[in-house]
Design a protein around this ligand. Structure first.
Ligand SMILES: *[C@@H]1O[C@H](CO)[C@@H](O)[C@H](O)[C@H]1NC(C)=O
Ligand SMILES: *[C@@H]1O[C@H](CO)[C@@H](O)[C@H](O)[C@H]1NC(C)=O
Ligand SMILES: *[C@@H]1O[C@H](CO)[C@@H](O)[C@H](O)[C@H]1NC(C)=O
Length: 261
């Protein structure tokens, strides 16, 4: 076979292996992310690497209500995962327009999601070989995300449940609400902006005179996010209890629209 044919055969094989990598599948020595859609609607999960060219989960895919998908996260990978909602795919399949979390219209993201968007952030095999993770509302909120660690290396004192079980859209103040524009989402609150994005002031963005942990405190808006989601970052310098740490080799179940831990 010519090189190009061999390459396309290998890609096909990789696709088959990836699509068969259903929950529970594990590659030795590698973290496995399992994403579960507990929302009542279809979402398009997305991933973006912060430090490498490796796009875990291919960068983005469709996930039906009740469905799960698993894929490996290589040691040393650092990046974010989020959900896109209200998406309409082009007939060609080449592009995707989403009401929330859109990454420049791509199916497989190479850019971050447009805020407001809830983020799950990971560093695998960071300092001392440990994993670090958190759920952040610093860029606002679109759907709840819960991160639960499982596996032999889980230390329950540090390796806890991160995320947001409360529905922030239901509690979102009018001045931060984003209303849906299409179909049955029209007029409903589909996302809740961060105060930084909505007002752009140094106090809310932790910039300028407020550009440090000692000069940027919680605000009435971040307190509202924190009350709904105590185990998530509500503003840039939120308390360090929002970051979790696991020994290398833990597995992660990331549930969208969790109703329980
Ligand atoms: C997804 O995973 C959850 C939790 O492990 C399980 O209860 C559920 O049946 C799974 N759904 C599918 C479609 O495999
Ligand atoms: C769990 O983490 C705590 C706090 O970092 C540490 O003191 C303890 O030794 C760890 N336990 C294990 C089994 O790693
Ligand atoms: C999924 O959502 C249902 C309600 O919509 C809830 O009863 C169930 O506990 C949720 N599952 C998880 C894992 O959060």
């Amino acid at each position: 076979m010519e090189a190009a044919r061999i390459a396309s055969f290998l890609l096909l094989l990789a696709g088959v292996v990836w699509s068969r990598a259903q929950p529970g599948a594990e590659a030795a020595g590698t973290t496995v992310f399992t994403l579960r859609n507990n929302c009542t609607f279809t979402i398009w999960p997305a991933t973006l690497s912060g430090n490498s060219a490796v796009a875990v989960g291919g960068g983005g895919f469709e996930l039906a209500p009740g469905a799960n998908v698993s894929f490996p996260g290589p040691t040393g990978w650092s990046g974010r995962l989020w959900a896109r909602t209200g998406c309409v795919a082009a007939a060609s399949g080449a592009s995707l327009a989403c009401a929330t979390g859109d990454c420049g219209g791509a199916v497989r993201c190479t850019l971050g999601g447009a805020p407001p968007v809830t983020l799950a952030e990971f560093t695998l095999g960071g300092a001392d070989g440990k994993d670090f993770y958190d759920v952040s509302l610093v860029d606002g909120y679109n759907v709840g995300i819960g991160v639960a660690a499982t596996g032999a290396r889980v230390n329950s004192s540090t390796c806890g449940y991160a995320g947001c079980v409360g529905d922030v859209n239901a509690l979102c103040p009018a001045e931060l609400q984003v209303a849906g524009k299409e179909g049955d989402q029209e007029g409903k609150t589909v996302a809740c902006r961060s105060a930084c994005e909505a007002f752009g002031t140094a106090e809310y963005c932790c910039t300028g005179a407020h550009g440090g942990p000692n000069s940027c405190g919680p605000t009435k808006y971040s307190r509202l996010f924190k009350a709904a989601c105590p185990a998530a970052y509500s503003y840039a310098y939120d308390d360090p209890t929002s970051t979790f740490t696991c020994g290398a080799g833990a597995q992660y179940l990331i549930t969208f629209c969790p109703a329980q831990q």
